[in-house]
Design a protein around this ligand. Structure first.
Ligand code: LMR
Length: 399
């Protein structure tokens, strides 16, 4: 049975992480996988997470099963974080919520849910989008279509082309949007553009499907949720996948959430029951530990404050690194305008170099980034900035 199986290509992001780990050059620099790093290049456990974990160890009384939807209190607290506590969809009970195994679990369960609603709906994804969106959504059997998003030449969003392409979508199609900190480009819709997307979706009967994996790492917890909250006010139906991997640093604890907004309370509850049945038949119920940490932090005023302060520090460090990188490049022998890096948000930007130059960075300098030249800005630090910019200057001389 198995003898005819061929080895599949490795995942481009996870395999790069392994290559980095195996590299014994002490000067190595990891700008690949999207994890936050501090000034020392470490990905520490947040203090609020550590404290909540200690509290949990003392207070936890059982490891018995939970429901497919996960913890109701976790779901409520994340709902308030994402929508804002007094959002009309919460007042009207129009949201079904499920704690999921990470943002990936939320995306895949969203795909299974969509497939259960309709076999003819397509999901429109941005070009480019996060590499794992394609197998996560397409693997459930959904037809995927692409809309243009990032203009590599002008280093900005090709917004008119995006709208023009989405005019071809038909009622019942889903439009996957990145809530903030677009992965891989860092180029986010501004408020006017979000409103134009909402107008288009409403006019054509398209259903927004927002992936918000980086809330709080762009401009702020509320600012980053602008698109989600505005769409939820204007649209009768939508899906939202969120993750606690980045903003709580809970990567390996696999903690995420899927929200389904329905036209009214009854429809939302019915949709929720469909979703929970899908969950039961896939993994039965989500893992508990990460969500229990988040639930503890969000339900405790001092811990919540501690977490928000830490998150703000992470966000400001990334913004500072973006400014510093642009300044260092401008002061170097490198030609060209890299100021776009300062105008983008979150962990990622495309450096705009060729795959060959990316490879040279890796082979000559042990600097790791995805072949597309997506770099994780959070992997830089003040001490390594000169090394990085000198390496970049060197490889830019090779075509
Ligand atoms: C990334 O884009 O690097 C992260 O979201 C990690 C992953 O799972 O790909």
């Amino acid at each position: 049975m198995f003898e005819g199986l061929k080895a599949l290509p490795q995942d481009p992001i996870l395999s790069l992480m392994l290559k980095y780990q195996q590299d014994d050059n002490p000067a190595k620099l990891d700008l690949g996988i999207g994890v936050y790093k501090d000034e020392l290049g470490n990905t520490p456990i947040m203090q609020a997470v550590h404290t909540a974990e200690q509290q949990l160890l003392q207070s936890e009384t059982t490891k018995s099963y939970i429901a497919p939807a996960g913890s109701p209190l976790y779901n409520q607290r994340i709902r308030e974080l994402v929508f804002g506590a007094d959002h009309p969809v919460l007042r009207d009970n129009r949201v079904a919520s499920a704690q999921t195994p990470g943002g990936c679990g939320a995306l895949r369960m969203a795909a299974e849910f969509i497939r259960g609603c309709s076999t003819s709906s397509s999901v429109w994804v941005s070009t480019p989008t996060w590499a794992n969106h394609i197998p996560l959504l397409g693997g459930a059997g959904l037809p995927l279509k692409e809309y243009p998003y990032y203009d590599y030449e002008n280093k900005s969003i090709q917004f008119q082309a995006m709208l023009d392409t989405l005019e071809q979508a038909v009622a019942g199609d889903f439009v996957l949007l990145h809530g903030c900190c677009h992965n891989p480009s860092g180029a986010d819709l501004n408020r006017e553009q979000w409103l134009a997307v909402a107008e288009l979706c409403a006019r054509k009967g398209l259903i927004p499907f927002v992936d918000m994996a980086y809330q709080g790492l762009g401009s702020g917890l509320d600012e980053d949720a602008f698109g989600v909250r505005m769409l939820a006010e204007k649209m009768p139906e939508m899906l939202i996948a969120t993750s606690c991997s980045k903003n709580f640093g809970l990567y390996r604890e696999r903690t995420g959430t899927l929200f389904i907004v329905g036209a009214n309370g009854e429809q939302a509850a019915n949709a929720g029951s469909q979703l929970f049945s899908k969950i039961r038949s896939h993994y039965s119920m989500p893992p508990s530990h990460g969500a229990a940490i988040v639930e503890t932090i969000l339900g405790d005023q001092p811990l919540n404050q501690m977490w928000q302060t830490e998150l703000q520090g992470m966000r400001q460090r990334i913004l500072g690194l973006r400014e510093s990188l642009v300044r260092h490049i401008a002061a170097s022998e490198i030609d060209g305008d890299f100021s776009f890096i300062e105008q983008q948000f979150g962990m990622f930007s495309f450096l705009g170099i060729t795959p060959q130059q990316v490879e040279l960075l890796r082979t000559r300098y042990s600097i790791y980034m995805i072949d597309s030249s997506r770099m994780n800005v959070a992997g830089l630090n003040a001490q390594r900035m000169d090394y990085f910019v000198a390496a970049l200057a060197d490889v830019l001389k090779s075509s």
